[in-house]
Design a protein around this ligand. Structure first.
Ligand SMILES: [Zn+2]
Length: 280
């Protein structure tokens, strides 16, 4: 049976609200309201393991006189975050070449001689847009006279295949806390505000009541509930309101990760629509 209330039914009548709680270069925290867990969770998972990024996939080592095994060196290179421009590079599976070519890959050359510590900033990229996010990731230490010479080939991939292609370091949501204080039961002891480890509650002497001053900082540890002898406080998560946090490794901006994830989800939905309408 279809619910009569348009907000319950979803579709055009449903109301979804998004607010930015905080934002910087690598991190964004959103308050999303009017959606359900499966939807938020789908976006979270796609952000984490289906949004493509660039990482080193193949390494051709011409010379390695360091104490690092070739395999360890290649693994380290794979984990260096690289700035990703999804427009300029073709995914491997969509490229006609066998292996790699300039359409689907970017070469980064490393040629150094000791004594020195080799950092990610020493990699010379053939594409000025695809460079290490940070220049200060240590790769190896070369002793006097030791040399290393290699070509690292970076390609697009997704986190489902290998964690080095995950653009996010954090992709998580939590229910928005709902803190209710029953003023009739409250004995105004102020213990809850004292014990809250996150400074969510405050006892206001002037108004002589407990105030919820920072609900978004609540982790729902329920310390306040346990400490309230009068059982005047209840803390629970709102069913349709979420705090959604994305933090990236710097390869892409958090906004780009979310919008690409939504495009991927929309693409999947389009396929279902095409199928249902009998298209190919
Ligand atoms: Zn290719």
């Amino acid at each position: 049976m279809v619910p009569e209330d348009p907000e319950v039914r979803g579709g055009e009548g449903s109301k979804m609200d998004i607010d930015i709680k905080s934002k910087d270069e690598n991190q964004i925290v959103l308050i999303i309201e009017g959606v359900e867990v499966p939807f938020v969770n789908a976006i979270r998972r796609i952000c984490m393991v289906e949004v493509p990024t660039i990482a080193v996939e193949d390494v051709e080592i011409y010379k390695n006189e360091s104490r690092l095994f070739d395999e360890v060196l290649s693994h380290r290179l794979g984990l260096i975050p690289l700035k990703t421009d999804l427009e300029s590079i073709t995914p491997r599976e969509e490229c006609d070449c066998e292996g790699h070519c300039p359409r689907c890959s970017v070469s980064l050359i490393l040629k150094e001689k000791g004594p020195k510590v080799v950092y990610s900033g020493d990699l010379v990229s053939q594409d000025p847009e695809v460079v290490p996010v940070y220049d200060t990731v240590p790769i190896m230490k070369l002793r006097e006279g030791e040399e290393v010479e290699l070509e690292a080939i970076a390609q697009l991939g997704i986190g489902l295949e290998h964690a080095k292609w995950q653009p996010t370091t954090t992709s998580a949501y939590s229910h928005y806390p709902l803190i209710i204080i029953d003023t009739e039961k409250c004995e105004l002891c102020g213990k809850c505000a004292e014990e809250c480890p996150r400074g969510v509650l405050e006892f206001d002497d002037k108004k002589n009541k407990v105030l919820v001053v920072d609900p978004e900082n609540c982790t729902m540890c329920k310390t306040c509930m346990k400490d309230c002898e009068a059982t005047a406080i209840t803390v629970e998560g709102q069913e349709d309101k979420f705090i959604f946090k994305i933090e990236t490794d710097g390869s892409m901006s958090p906004e780009d990760v979310i919008s690409t994830a939504c495009d991927i989800l929309a693409g999947k939905s389009d396929k279902i629509i095409e199928f249902c309408e009998g298209g190919s």
